[in-house]
Design a protein around this ligand. Sequence first.
Ligand SMILES: *Cc1c(COP(=O)(O)O)cnc(C)c1O
Length: 384
Amino acid sequence: MIPYGRQDIRQSDIESVVEVLNSDWLTQGPVVPRFESVVADYCGVRHAVAVNSATSALHLACLALGLGPGDILWTSPNTFVASANCARYCGAEVDFVDIDPDTYNLCVKALTAKLETAERDGCLPKVLVPVHFSGQSCPMEKIRELANRYGFRIIEDASHAIGGKYLGLPVGSCRFSDITVFSFHPVKIVTTGEGGMAVTNDFSLHEKMALLRSHGIIRDLQHMEEDSHGGWYYQQVALGYNYRLTDIQAALGLSQLSRLDEYVQQRNKLARRYDSMLVGLPLQTPSVSPESYSAFHLYVIRIKSQKHGRRQIFDALRAEGIGVNVHYIPVHTQPYYRRRGFRQGDFPAAEAYYEEAVSLPMYPTLMDTQQEEVVKALRSAINK
Ligand SMILES: *Cc1c(COP(=O)(O)O)cnc(C)c1O
């Protein structure tokens, strides 16, 4: 089976993990802040908070922005459920903005129209979560303008997009947003096993997220609300969580980051190769806007065949050992969100996209011969 995505673990990764296993620290220790500062420097952003998943990072980001009951968070329906669930963890409501039929990111025109209506109806969002689908940044400059006009905050869900660029700036620079979140799940661009990170230029958002990452506990005397009882003393000053990343994971992440640019270049090379190998077939290949350098977490095609639907093509490829996948089932059509009032038909562009989408295998160690095998199987599935 050729999977749709997979990690690349090398001897150097194993050695850096073993080094931590032989050290005094296993959980969050000296390696976590090193990992944070390497990511922050890479992105050109001031602060970083490493956590045990992107889901946790999204939750902390929402809490730091003060999202709570009575508030609304908007995101794209074409995403993993976590981009929406983070609002529900905080007791806030979720709504969606339909997608752009070319980039599959949330559509700025739809966003503009929805904001106008929401302003009239008094239900503007407090937070918007643009998701950089497949590794391509959303048009953040325009989204920033809308945020200035309507007063919402922005969390970029860049789970797919570390190593990508927008207007020449690294994704994660937070030039146009409050917070950016990354995922280090094994299918993503670089991995820590499980893991995530939130980055920001805002010191106070950073402080809040760092506090809530570890139970809301402080040990620093200066910030305590009363005198210390002694050397053992700590205070819990907020209701936090245990969202810590371990030093074991951070060591893997640090080692992986040394190959980040190489990985993204390879992904782009594979994408260009797919583009040219798929010419002439009844399908739509991904389009990358000139503002973006995509990290190409995913290579998604849309099946436009008269003869076979997506399901048949998917099944035929799976039967040939090609581990294709589908990203994403529109979040508003999930039973949980249907129970909250959403319906089939609410976001037609995301639904139409979903009917045709297939993610082809895409990862840096995918060999040319395997890629040829994928295209051959796809060609025969379409011509069957
Ligand atoms: C993977 C992913 C997440 C969740 O990441 P975890 O690290 O697994 O929690 C959130 N949003 C998007 C868009 C993702 O692809």
